[in-house]
Design a protein around this ligand. Structure first.
Ligand code: KG4
Ligand code: ZN
Length: 333
């Protein structure tokens, strides 16, 4: 089954052709990071306008690299939500038009489900059918008990900021720019992760919710007390923030795994591009004999392949969206 996936929920315009839901034939991502950088975050209207400009060239590029015509496709999958409404509408409208002219089935995909499917790409072992999923992106942080395809039970989620959002806000607060995750990771490289003991929220309680807004406040207080950080202090601050986030994510994920007695953990979302977070997860999974499915770094952030992969599962089950498909900015799993 050959599926075209289109993604435009935030600041990446992306398209990919995926075979059998697992093999990437082509994947094109056009990032708007440079557009939004001067504003320190994504400006929704600018995002829509740039999707509009880029979406057709991106789709064309993905099809050309795959050597695929529309007539070769078995279906078209597009991100339906959650995300920025104006941004989502651009990808959806293009997917609808292609589906209409090529007479190929269309399916709307939940962006979060897409992130959970990115570890299936590139020949990695599929997870156990019943597993725990850890979703860590710019807009969401959640632990999910997956009991089979489409059977999701949210065990915990962030009560305030998502983990990626925490990185972005800390970076902004330190005057370091956007997007925060990769900037903090690179500054942290020469720092000491034990230099500052930042709070690990909600760790004592047994629940599986997250809270990251206290981390941002703790960094703000630290800067207020010690003055603006420079050189090694910046590196230590970043390394300590990164360690606090990694620590909470890993400990909560393992807590969920133990509580629900599963042997398989799937991780996904932009924050999994962080090598410290990845290593912490990999080490703990190895220690506890847990099967870990984690996407390669290039597939952690938004892309069209993950939408095609999740879309393939829906199409295989005969699920279709009509041409009345609309954006669902607050879609949940
Ligand atoms: O999944 P994603 O591309 O978009 C959403 O669906 O939100 O995630 C973007 C988030 C941003 O908050 C960004 O700062 C974070 O992922 N991120 C990282 C890294 N690369 C991206 N966080 C930590 N370390 C990274 N290397
Ligand atoms: Zn995402």
């Amino acid at each position: 089954m050959l599926v075209l996936g289109i993604e435009s929920s935030c600041d990446e315009t992306a398209a990919a052709v995926v075979a059998e839901g697992t093999q990437i034939i082509s994947s094109t991502v056009s990032s708007q990071v440079e557009v939004h950088r001067p504003y320190g975050g994504v400006v929704p209207e600018l995002a829509s306008r740039h999707h509009l400009k880029n979406v057709v060239p991106v789709v064309r590029d993905a099809l050309a690299r795959a050597g695929t015509g529309l007539e070769d496709l078995d279906g078209i999958a597009v991100t339906q939500g959650p995300g920025l409404v104006g941004a989502l509408l651009v990808g959806i409208q293009v997917a609808k038009a292609l589906s209409y002219v090529a007479r190929r089935p269309l399916v709307g995909v939940n962006h979060l489900e897409g992130h959970l499917f990115s570890s299936r790409l590139e020949g990695t072992d599929p997870p156990d059918e019943r597993h725990i999923a850890l979703l860590v992106s710019g807009g969401h942080t959640a632990l999910i008990l997956v009991e089979g395809f489409g059977r999701y039970r949210i065990l915990g989620r962030s009560r305030d900021d998502a983990a990626g959002e925490a990185f972005d806000k800390v970076s902004k607060l330190l005057g370091m720019g956007y997007p925060g995750g990769p900037i903090i990771e690179s500054l942290a490289r020469s720092g000491d992760p034990n230099a500052i003991r930042f709070p690990r929220a909600l760790m004592k309680k047994g629940d599986l919710d997250f809270s990251f807004s206290g981390l941002k406040t703790a960094v703000a207080n630290h800067v207020r007390e010690h003055g603006a950080a420079t050189g090694t202090e910046v590196a230590n601050l970043c390394a300590s923030v990164q360690a606090a986030v990694a620590d909470v994510l890993v400990r909560k994920a393992l807590r969920a795994v133990k509580r629900h007695r599963v042997g398989s953990l799937v991780a996904g979302g932009g924050v999994l591009a962080n090598t410290v977070v990845r290593r912490a997860l990999e080490d703990s999974a190895a220690e506890s004999g847990l099967k870990l499915s984690i996407p390669p770094i290039s597939l952690c952030t938004d892309n069209g392949a993950m939408i095609a992969a999740a879309g393939t599962e829906h199409l295989k089950r005969g699920r279709r969206s009509g041409l009345e498909l609309n954006a669902s900015p607050r879609l949940s799993l």
